[in-house]
Design a protein around this ligand. Structure first.
Ligand SMILES: Cc1ncc(COP(=O)(O)O)c(C=O)c1O
Length: 434
């Protein structure tokens, strides 16, 4: 594994399909902060819809309809990884109802659409009205006349499908070939129509978009180009800010925060990065983790022409189904180009090892995609000396917070998880005996 910064060699190095650590030369330490208003508007929308969500999903009642995950200390993992400073896990693998990082953005976008339809139809009189009206028979009858479409590698589909069906929309999820069977079955059980594509994610998006937009009452949740998803994902940063403050953990120049987030098309990690930079400015350093065979956001951030992973000879094949994306969202890449610190790529074998490591140290179950953040801190320490040195971070590592974002897993069936674990155990033993 070699750290690289030279833009001209990136495509070649990536094409080898080996793990690499890339520092973003466009990352501007004093980049102007993006606007906070959109993120706050998304947070306010989720807040006013909270009573509605608590009614639709009884498992949210205890948290008054808030879709949020805990911030966890993971001392045993930290010891196993021999990391200085403080190691935390942002446990989005445990997000209720939808079970992944796609929940906040997905729910936010569908609620935006439902809110706007209900305002137009006079069911809601204003945004100060009683949002429980969105679960009334009148609203359900309205939503039933509207098609809600989305394309997904699995978890966005789960998020949109569950909230769409709960509100009564005619909901249709276009699944790429990578999507796991159990995710499709779960959606069908909710009454969602699932269309299976034999193609990759980008082709499923194109087909889903065309199919949905052919319907005059169709609304397509476009993971490649959606401000509504993006700002919904970004709400995580406001929630994290509050969780850190409640835990008495400072984030400032003397106490930097490094976040490691698994990345597919870029929307969820992009929104989180955008939000974190808004909240913490130069004190936060965001690194994305992508499969070695599908580093589409790395390609898209370093080259504004946005090449696909196929263009450089990669396969896009990975067991990290949520990250199996060949072409990044240009919309997202444009927004995070000067904010993202870097990207490192991971092999499937290392994902399984890390999944197993998290279980054996902390008894936490996640899916393979969600394990991509785990090796982030060690990769930064071993391969990011240039980044740490240039920002004077080496001397602050002891007071830094390293934050691994675990992005999915709560809904994985036990039999599936046992297979992941077995594979991780074998991969770990093989590494030990090498
Ligand atoms: C578990 C998991 N982690 C991370 C991601 C990445 O999100 P995005 O595709 O928005 O980059 C996904 C996407 O589906 C996912 O399912």
């Amino acid at each position: 594994m070699v750290p690289i910064q030279d833009a001209s060699s990136i495509a070649h190095r990536l094409s080898l399909g080996k793990p690499l650590f890339w520092l973003n030369p466009a990352c501007a330490h004093d980049a102007p902060h993006p606007e906070l208003e959109e993120i706050e508007a998304a947070a306010a929308r989720l807040q006013r819809c909270a009573p509605l969500l608590a009614q639709l999903f009884p498992e949210l009642a205890a948290d008054n309809g808030l879709i949020e995950s805990p911030l966890l200390a993971v001392p045993a993992l930290q010891q196993a990884l021999a990391l200085p400073g403080r190691l935390l896990l942002k446990a989005d693998h445990d997000l209720p109802v939808a079970g992944s990082v796609k929940a906040r953005g997905g729910f936010h976008e569908v609620l935006c659409h439902a809110e706007s339809l209900a305002l137009d139809a006079g069911i809601l009189h204003s945004i100060d009205d009683d949002y429980l009206k969105l679960a009334s028979p009148e609203a359900r009858a309205l939503f039933a006349q509207h098609l809600l479409g989305v394309a997904s590698t699995g978890n966005l589909g789960l998020s949109i499908g569950v909230i769409g069906a709960a509100l009564g929309f005619d909901t249709c999820v276009h699944m790429s070939s990578d999507a796991k069977e159990w995710k499709k079955q779960r959606l069908r059980n909710f009454g969602v129509r699932v269309i299976e594509h034999s193609s990759d994610y980008s082709a499923a998006v194109a087909a889903g978009r065309a199919d949905t937009e052919a319907n005059p009452r169709g609304y397509f949740v476009d993971d490649e180009n959606s401000p509504r998803l993006f700002y919904g994902y970004a709400v995580a940063a406001l929630r994290l800010r509050d969780q850190l403050a409640r835990a008495g953990i400072p984030v400032d120049a003397e106490h930097p925060l490094m976040a490691y987030i698994p990345c597919g098309v870029g929307g969820a990690p992009g929104g989180i990065c955008f939000g974190l930079k808004q909240v913490f400015g130069n004190a936060v350093h965001c690194f994305f983790a992508e499969p070695a065979e599908a580093p589409c956001v790395l390609l898209g951030v370093q080259d504004p022409s946005i090449p696909s992973v196929y263009d450089i000879g990669l396969s896009c094949q990975t067991d990290a189904d949520g990250l199996a994306v060949g072409l990044a969202s240009e919309w997202v890449c444009t927004r995070i180009r000067t904010l993202l610190a870097g990207v490192y790529t991971v092999t499937d074998e290392s994902l399984y090892q890390d999944l197993y490591r998290l279980q054996s140290t902390e008894q936490i179950a996640i899916e393979p995609s969600a394990a991509a953040g785990i090796q982030g801190p060690a990769r930064l320490l071993s391969q990011g000396a240039d980044y740490l040195g240039a920002r004077g971070l080496e001397s602050r590592l002891a007071q830094a917070t390293q934050l691994i974002w675990t992005t999915g897993g709560r809904l994985v069936p036990d039999e599936e998880y046992k297979k992941f674990l077995e594979r991780g155990k074998i991969a770990s033993n093989e590494t030990l005996t090498d």
